[in-house]
Write a protein of this length. Structure first.
Length: 150
């Protein structure tokens, strides 16, 4: 996945600097959204150092190139898992285990744009999250409820 992101950077005319590669590698291994300070801490654990301003700038670049997304619910960043998919990227976030699933729905994107135009608003970017339970946590909840009943 890191190599795909590197190809996007190069195709857009950006250099693949050591700090950019380091942040890409951290995001690629992340199991949850990471703040710039989380990224800094993880790099320090590897004996590397980047100041948080540099990390913010790198994340802003990745965001602008659709290589990373910022989740509204956590303020953390995640790598884009669907970089070649056209349309608005959406997220489902499990509030119990923190699992995140990204998906793209072009029809939903079109409907949102139509709705906002009808209200006199010009949408430049769509972003949304759904919060709830992933299938695994939901199944566990149902099992627990089933065991709790007489």
């Amino acid at each position: 996945m890191v190599q795909d992101s590197i190809q996007v950077l190069q195709a857009q005319g950006y250099k693949v600097t050591k700090p950019r590669r380091q942040v890409l590698e951290i995001l690629d291994r992340a199991q949850r959204p990471l703040s710039p300070y989380d990224i800094q801490r993880l790099l320090r654990q590897q004996g590397k150092y980047l100041n948080h301003v540099t990390i913010y700038r790198i994340l802003d670049l990745f965001y602008s190139l659709n290589l990373a997304h910022k989740l509204l619910s956590t303020g953390g960043f995640v790598k884009c898992t669907l970089p070649s998919e056209e349309g608005c990227h959406r997220f489902m976030v499990c509030h119990r285990c923190g699992a995140i699933q990204e998906f793209v729905d072009p029809q939903l994107c079109l409907q949102e744009s139509k709705s906002t135009r009808n209200l006199g608003f010009h949408t430049e970017y769509h972003f949304s999250e759904s919060s709830g339970l992933c299938s695994n946590c939901y199944r566990k909840q149902l099992q627990k409820q089933g065991n709790a009943q007489p």
